[in-house]
Design a protein around this ligand. Structure first.
Ligand code: ZN
Length: 184
C-alpha cells in the first residue's frame, strides 16, 4: 500500500526517532508498505519519519543508480547505530522525497561503519559501507535523528532555499506521488 510521504515542515521530520522491539505491530506489512511507497516515488531510501512514524527504521534500494556498488543494496535497517565514519569527505548532489524538486551538494565522509537489526531482527555488527551505499545510509540515518540534508547546507544556501521550502510545506508544489503537507 502506498502511503503519503510527509513534506518538509512537519515536526515529525525534526524529531529524534525511538527504537523498536521485534514485536512492533505489523512490522512486515509496514516494511512492505514503505517499499511500495519508495518505489512509487522513485526513491533510493525512505525513513519511517517520512511516513509519519517516529521510529528507528529505514529502507534502501540503490538499484535506480545502476552502479555496481549499489545494485544489490536493498536493505532494511532497524535501530541502527553509525559507530564510525572515515575517509575523505566527498560531494554528492542529494535530494529527498520529503523535499521535492530540491537538490543540493552535500559533503559527507566516504565510509560508514553501522550496526543494525534487519527485517528478521537479526543483528549485524559493524558492517562497512562506502560510496553511494554509505551516502544513502548517512542520509536516511540523519532522518531518524531528526536531521534533513538541508540542515547540512551553508547559511547562504539555506537563505536562498527558504521560500521554496515554505512553498513545499504549504503544498504549493506539483509532485508525482502522494504527500502530506503540514500546513496546507
Ligand atoms: Zn530524505
Amino acid at each position: 500500500m502506498i502511503l503519503p510521504i510527509v513534506a518538509f515542515g512537519d515536526p515529525v521530520l525534526k524529531k529524534k526517532a525511538a527504537p523498536i522491539t521485534k514485536d512492533y505491530p505489523k512490522l512486515k506489512e509496514l516494511i512492505a508498505d514503505m517499499y511500495d511507497t519508495m518505489y512509487h516515488a522513485h526513491g533510493v531510501g525512505l525513513a519511517a519519519p517520512q511516513i509519519g512514524l517516529s521510529i528507528q527504521l529505514f529502507i534502501t534500494d540503490g538499484a535506480p543508480f545502476e552502479e555496481e556498488d549499489v545494485k544489490d543494496f536493498k536493505k532494511v535497517f532497524i535501530n541502527p547505530v553509525i559507530t564510525h565514519e572515515e575517509g575523505n569527505f566527498w560531494t554528492f548532489n542529494e535530494g529527498c522525497l520529503s523535499i521535492p524538486d530540491v537538490r543540493e551538494d552535500v559533503d559527507r565522509p566516504e565510509i560508514v561503519h553501522i550496526s543494525y537489526y534487519d527485517e528478521n531482527f537479526k543483528f549485524h555488527e559493524n558492517v562497512v559501507y562506502s560510496g553511494l551505499s554509505a551516502r544513502i545510509i548517512q542520509h536516511e540515518y540523519d532522518h531518524i535523528q531528526g536531521v534533513l540534508f538541508t540542515d547540512h547546507l551553508s547559511a547562504l544556501r539555506k537563505r536562498l532555499l527558504k521560500k521554496k521550502l515554505i512553498d513545499i510545506s504549504k503544498g504549493r508544489i506539483d509532485v508525482g506521488y502522494r504527500m502530506k503537507f503540514p500546513s496546507k
